[in-house]
Design a protein around this ligand. Sequence first.
Ligand code: UDP
Length: 273
Amino acid sequence: MPETIKIFKIRFDNITMKEALKKALIFAKDKKQHYICTPNPEILLTAEKNLKYQEVLNKSDLNIADGIGILWAAKFEKITKNKKRPAIFAKWFTSLSSILFYPKYIRTELSERVTGTDLMQNICKQAASENIKVFLLGAADGVAKKVKNILEKKYPKIKIVGTFAGSPTKAEETEIIKRINKTEAQILFVAYGAPAQEFWISRNLKKLKKIRLAIGIGGAFDYIAGIRKRAPKWLQHTGTEWLYRLIQQPSRIKRIYNATVKFPVKVLRKRLR
Ligand code: UDP
């Protein structure tokens, strides 16, 4: 398996949850500052039209594949290299159906889907035992505080030294930076949604003196706080977590359409060009 794979010009690190966690902890204790991104199909569609966003994503220290669609795209690119149109169409159908019927098939290029929410919880567990200070930034008012309480119950030794909802606007940056710097936190989770959270991190990381690792974490706080429910594990494995989300939050229909229809069609069209 290659160490990195490019999809829509974005680098993905071929890494398992275990390896990602190990790296994250090395980053958190390093002298240099680092950031991790969790690109999914929606993020790739946004980055396609935004060169600045592409740059921010490609400059990260680690990009984990946060979506079954990313694993599929990596496999599709591989199996259709130098193939003729009819074969490309056929492989598009069979590889997409395999997400449902034989998910193992698409896991040969990128081996694992590593979600931001799972990675965050694993990092927090480890940070608790290694005495690493954590700051939670973003989500709606009160959510980060709720996440703090939940994590403190789960990992009594964890040091969540600050929480703040704030907003990703430039006007609030100075105030937020002050707050974070005061706490001397080493790991920062930013839940402002993509692409705002990645831009926020890239603009401000240097000013966050003690932060060694920053991660844009999307809706992770909402999931941990129980405001949104993750799909059951068996559904996650069949690659149909999106269906569960659609039922839970019908307002996400456009975003789900982008991830499950627009993205695979775009991957196909790029191959046919
Ligand atoms: N968010 C925020 N401020 C904003 C926009 C979004 O705090 O100005 C939060 C929002 O409350 C949610 C998170 O950002 O907790 C991102 O949610 P999204 O649904 O985009 O995440 P995904 O499900 O894609 O990971």
